[in-house]
Design a protein around this ligand. Structure first.
Ligand code: PHE
Length: 344
């Protein structure tokens, strides 16, 4: 009978070793250790054995049982390990593979410059103001000391929509609008925006471009405040050693009026092709707010004074980044825009 058990054990061990699933193992357990297994059947017969025989047989039978149980456990653990290994292999990720490249856009050089300009002036306590691009003649000209028929209207060729309505030629109407609602109080605004003029488009002109207008009004504002402000601004945009100079000029809404040059940031003032050899680059128009503009907006021009300046944003961008044709800024040629992706 022991031989019979021995054969059964070999059979059990080899079947267990080749079992391929937990389910199969469960079945083998029932077959070899369950109530109807050959082992149980044989053990039932132990009652008819002599005490001596029963002892040896019982010990053997138990030993076999333990061996089968151990084999079952070992195979179960092995199958679990294989399952985990298979899963790990199938879910393997090669972290050294290059990632999928996401194409990220970048800010347009005009937008970037406007934000930089806004940051600078907000830091100096200015508020950002806006006005409509379709503007009344009243604000674009009349309230800026340019009545109908005034020769200064010829300085800016305009797109009229109706007799009294046009595409604004400058951001200066925002000055008039702001003063009108400010009740003789101090004002400090910066107004960036689009403007329109009937110019023929070429490398340096566009019928639509952008400006930012600054206006500061208070009881003790002087021309040296204007100079200090513009000098700080030019140093921020074009380098810390820049100098500025004022040249007399004419704008109907400022008196005195000036045009402002900055010392050439390319040659440092020695003279080069960028500054056409004279060491200075013309950048903007400015002046002290004309008393007529203040009075028309309800201000007391005896007590309140101010300065204003208007800057072409494209011009600043072109100078700063060495762009030779204004049209590059509007045509969205990706080869051009890519230069600015990493902030060059
Ligand atoms: N508005 C003027 C222009 O477009 C610029 C300017 C603004 C000049 C404010 C003086 C004061 O030419």
């Amino acid at each position: 009978m022991i031989d019979q058990l021995q054969t059964m054990l070999q059979d059990a061990l080899s079947q267990i070793a080749s079992a391929n699933s937990q389910l199969e193992l469960g079945e083998l357990k029932a077959n070899f250790l369950g109530k109807k297994s050959p082992l149980s059947e044989i053990m039932k017969k132990m009652g008819s054995m002599s005490p001596e025989e029963r002892k040896t047989f019982g010990m053997k039978a138990n030993e076999f049982k333990v061996q089968i149980e151990n084999a079952l456990n070992a195979r179960r653990t092995e199958l679990e390990r294989l399952a985990i290994a298979a899963r790990l292999a199938s879910e393997h990720i090669d972290v050294t593979l290059p990632g999928r490249k996401l194409s990220v856009g970048s800010l347009h050089p005009l937008t970037k410059t406007i934000e930089e300009v806004e940051d600078f002036f907000i830091g100096m306590g200015y508020n950002i103001a806006e006005g409509p691009e379709v503007e009344l003649d009243l604000y674009n000209f009349e309230m800026l000391n340019v009545p109908k028929g005034h020769p200064a209207r010829d300085m800016q060729d305009s797109f009229y929509i109706l007799d009294n309505l046009l595409l604004r030629t400058q951001t200066s109407p925002v000055q008039a609008r702001t003063l009108l609602v400010s009740d003789n109080k101090p004002v400090k605004i910066l107004c960036p925006g689009k403007v329109y003029r009937r110019d023929d488009d070429d490398a340096t002109h566009s019928h639509q471009f952008m400006q930012f207008e600054g206006l500061v009004v208070g009881s003790d504002i002087t021309m040296s405040d204007l100079k200090g402000t513009l000098e700080a601004f030019m140093r921020k945009m074009f380098g810390p050693t820049r100098e500025i100079r004022f040249r007399p000029s004419y704008f109907p809404f400022t008196e005195p009026s000036v045009e402002v040059d900055v010392s050439c940031f390319k040659c440092g003032g020695k003279g080069c092709p960028l500054c056409k050899g004279n060491g200075w680059i013309e950048v903007l128009g400015a002046g002290m707010v004309h008393p007529n503009v203040l009075t028309q907006a309800g201000y007391d021009a005896e007590k309140m004074r101010g300065f204003a300046f208007g800057v072409g944003i494209e011009r600043v961008v072109m100078l700063k980044y060495g762009i030779d044709d204004i049209r590059h800024l509007y045509t969205n040629d990706i080869r051009f825009l890519k230069q600015f992706e990493r902030g060059e």
